[in-house]
Design a protein around this ligand. Structure first.
Ligand code: GLA
Length: 363
């Protein structure tokens, strides 16, 4: 029996920058996915999703996408990509279980893909680097499920380190581990607005960014600056122009936030996170009134030493905030007093310690 795990992730800053070849800075969270695998060469693969009480059965050698297959296509996609990479995937029994809430922007799907790849590679007796596993998992998500995602989520789940945030250069794949200050607390508040049916919006944003890069005349928005953007004001449609302005400013904010965090400067980090939220709201168009309210409430309760922003793909999900550890109780009270989910419930709040990236836990 092989057991593997991969954490979920929260993106501290750097949103919708990954597929523009830019920068992002996530950290791993305590919630995770676990995969157990009992190989049985010659048998089919039987996959049991314990939390959903659902299963799937297929022959790895002839794996194909399942129309409307949901979570099954993440599993099938990983198996397909491993086989394409020449890895012998045996049959057997896979059991999946996890604690990452789905549809909240905390990467339950990337975590599943990365944990699964670890388990199947271990069964095949091959060792891959964390980055290679992450890139395979990204291809798997783009393949059968059909989301044209970037590489942020999978790299975060695969390559983070306990106690650290991870600055990712999504083009060069250079990784910088940033030790978090001891008295910093990272809080995640669920807005209760589930992201749903937004893959179309995601792909639209990506197309708008590509349109902007083409008109500016750069390979990706990573290569553009404010001057270039000003130069295409009359030639680029207004929507794509604002999308590009978000990406260009968000890349700068992410690099600045990495320096600020490394220096323990919570005032600068907080300001950059607040600016990131505003840019997501006004230029990128991916926040919703409940996450705007929640971010505002958190900012007010936190004061100058820290800040909040919607995190993840957008259109709801979670808000992430950083603050001094000593402020957590008062901020939690303020959120509980001032925010209700669309269903009228108290929001789920967690305070996170950066976890380790994925790995094998038993074999
Ligand atoms: C989703 C995608 C990532 C990234 C974020 C936005 O989580 O899977 O690749 O684009 O949205 O930053």
């Amino acid at each position: 029996m092989i057991a593997a795990r991969a954490p979920g992730r929260v993106n501290l800053i750097g949103e919708h920058t990954d597929y523009n070849d830019g920068f992002a800075m996530p950290m791993a969270i305590g919630a995770e996915t676990r995969v157990n695998f009992a190989p049985d060469p010659g048998a089919v693969l039987h996959v049991a999703a314990l939390d959903l009480v659902q299963d799937d059965r297929f022959d790895p050698a002839t794996v194909a996408a399942l129309p409307g297959g949901g979570w099954r296509n993440y599993v099938r996609g990983v198996v397909d990509e491993l086989i394409r990479a020449g890895v012998a995937v045996p049959g057997g029994t896979l059991t999946l279980t996890g604690t990452i809430p789905q549809g909240t922007g905390l990467s339950s799907s990337a975590s599943l893909e990365v944990a699964l790849a670890h388990a199947l590679l271990a069964a095949a007796g091959v060792a891959w680097s964390a980055l290679d596993i992450a890139l395979l998992a990204q291809r798997a998500e783009c393949g059968f499920p059909g989301v044209r995602c970037g590489n942020l989520d999978q790299i975060a789940c695969a390559a983070t380190r306990g106690g650290h945030a991870l600055l990712i250069d999504c083009r060069s794949l250079a990784l910088r581990q940033i030790a978090l200050p001891d008295d910093l607390a990272v809080m995640i508040v669920q807005s209760g607005v589930r992201r749903g049916l937004v893959d179309g919006e995601y792909n639209t944003r990506r197309a708008e960014c590509e349109r902007a890069a083409a008109v500016i005349g750069v390979p990706a928005l990573r290569d553009a600056d404010d001057g270039m953007l000003a130069g295409v004001r009359g030639r680029l449609d207004d929507v794509a122009w604002h999308r590009a302005r978000h990406v260009i400013s968000e890349n700068r904010r992410t690099c600045d936030a990495a320096e600020a965090l490394a220096a323990g400067d919570l005032v600068a980090t907080g300001r950059l996170m607040r600016e990131s939220h505003q840019s997501q709201a006004h230029d990128f168009g991916i926040t919703v009134p409940p996450t705007d309210r929640l971010a505002g409430l958190l900012d007010h309760a936190i004061g100058a030493e820290g800040g909040a922003r919607q995190t993840g793909g957008g259109f709801g999900g979670a808000v992430v905030a950083v603050m001094r550890a000593g402020h957590v109780a008062a901020v939690r009270d303020a959120v509980n007093a001032g925010y209700r989910t669309p269903d009228g419930a108290l929001p789920l709040i967690s305070v996170e310690t950066p976890a380790d990236g994925a790995g094998i836990i038993a074999r």
